[in-house]
Design a binder for this molecule. Sequence first.
Ligand code: TNX
Length: 514
Amino acid sequence: MNTNTILISGIVAMLFLAACTHRTPTDLTQNSFIPQPASVIATGDAFKLTSTTVVYFQPGVEGLEHTAVYLAGKLIEISGLTISTEAADKAPSKGIYLEVSDEDAGLGNEGYDLNIGKRLITIRAGSLAGCFYGSQTLLQTLPVKDAEGDEQIIATGTVRDFPEYSYRGMMLDVARHFFSVEDVKRVIDLMAAYKMNVLHLHLSDDQGWRIEIKSWPELTTIGGSTEVGGGEGGFYTQEDYKEIIDYAQERYITIVPEIDMPGHTNAALASYAELNCDGEARELYTGTDVGFSTLCAGKDITYRFVEDVVSEIVALTPGPWFHIGGDESHVTSPDDYVFFVNRVQEIVADHGKKIIGWDEIANADLLEGATVHYWDDVENTTMGVEKGAIVLMSPSAHSYLDMQYDSTTYLGLHWAGYIEVDKGYSWDPATMVDGVTKEDILGVEAPLWTETVTNMDELEYMVFPRLPGYAEIGWTAPALRNWDTYKLRLADHGKRFEDLEINFYRSPLVPWNN
Ligand code: TNX
């Protein structure tokens, strides 16, 4: 062999090795999971996904077949392989097996155990949701799309995992700008990949009323007819809303409907003159001011209206919560505000739902089971806890998806400051508000207000790459969270964002490798 041949064979060997290390990942701990699981143990071998792989599911567990079909569908999308599903009483010798069992109580309501062996992958959980999250973790061991469409290698090992908080949410304001059912479904899919489990829909505001109420039809024909900037607006029919609910439910996401009141109600006040104290309908509003509108707390018809709206929405909503808004009611007198919120809480409770309201509602007499939604005011929030409420954490300076990344961001606002990806990630709900500890906290939510966000491209730009960080804050224990390691994992998700055609912000703080 001359030196050239040696050199060339050396290069070939190195290329081969590089290709191998790329194609045969055998160290599961090197996988960039988001959210970071509670524990990952590698066993140093490889499972091969082929067109003979079957996703089996334990029979007789209602809903489990659906998760098996979902998982197989994603695996087909990823690999182009034919992967089928089948019921199996016990774990087979090879393939993928989904099982619900209460053997491992330590996993809690949503935890799972994912065991990747050389021939068999099992996902075992105490609940259907746990099996779904285990499936999402498994999917993160694979690319979202394989250009070559062939066999896939998965590193072997065990993931045992459960969430820190039971409420891991995002809010979408469909009132300032309307987003279609298809848009909302895409948001749901993106949330589900990161194990988020609540989508809060801000369904009404000054600029638009977005859900059909059959007993008050003008809320949508008039109140739904515009949006910020004067566009045509839109609304969900009750069938549309049901479609969103069902789609979310199949992905273990609960919809929390919000009707914001007594302020933020100009769209309703423009639709029905009788809801105004002076009996005169307001003009439709397409600007971005806040705090100028109020329902009339002293009129009976106001509560008939609330009763009708709540009862129609509750009838379509399987989740346990109804969000009553309650923020920035600057033109409601303090007495009227308390009187109103007290009455509305009773109406919601009579319909069997628990109330959530922005932190101002702590000024009212909170009913048992109420959630105070912290966004701005520490005193309101601690007062809420003193009154027995639990807290949902959406600190505006850390979790608002409409805040700009920095002064050059072409969309968004900055009244609560700039939120670069590191700032969005680096906070702990349990130490955010003095006197509010983990036991007082229901969970975390990242709200996207849409005064400046007009379409899906813009939505994605504000939401990504921050959303996976909020998912991790909700899921992963603080001891396992750290910006320096998170940013490397996030960097690996850049390729996933690209393959999913997400229009994401390429933060200079993240060492993207795509
Ligand atoms: C404050 S946060 C609001 C919203 C705005 C948002 C803009 C909250 C409860 N109220 O009405 O859309 O700021 O960032």
